[in-house]
Design a protein around this ligand. Sequence first.
Ligand SMILES: NC(=O)c1ccc[n+]([C@@H]2O[C@H](COP(=O)([O-])OP(=O)(O)OC[C@H]3O[C@@H](n4cnc5c(N)ncnc54)[C@H](O)[C@@H]3O)[C@@H](O)[C@H]2O)c1
Length: 92
Amino acid sequence: MKSYLNKNCKGKTIFVTGGAGFLGSEIVKQISASGGTALVYDNFSSGKKKFVENYPKVKIIKGDVRNRSILHKAIRKSQYITVGLGLKGSII
Ligand SMILES: NC(=O)c1ccc[n+]([C@@H]2O[C@H](COP(=O)([O-])OP(=O)(O)OC[C@H]3O[C@@H](n4cnc5c(N)ncnc54)[C@H](O)[C@@H]3O)[C@@H](O)[C@H]2O)c1
């Protein structure tokens, strides 16, 4: 897949909701390949750790995006946010 990421991910932490899913894990792969740290936030309802855990500089937090306290705590450690999942209705 062609990379659409800014090449300047080095030294940056990018928060990826649903990062262990089909689309999210591709985002994680591209962040990792461009030198950034991917902070995967996923409840593993359908995604799998094995899809992302072997890329360099990947941190994994198990959590649900609807759990605001865990989500907010985890997000503070990141400079950027990408979204690899969709839920019906507003969550924020
Ligand atoms: N796959 C495609 O080709 C495609 C195309 C267009 C749009 N989409 C949309 O993109 C989104 C992601 O698609 P996908 O194929 O990667 O799905 P996926 O199921 O592979 O990935 C979703 C990820 O989100 C995680 N997740 C689900 N609910 C969560 C929650 N409440 N909190 C935290 N993590 C949660 C799952 O465990 C999984 O890892 C969906 O909304 C889908 O409709 C997908």
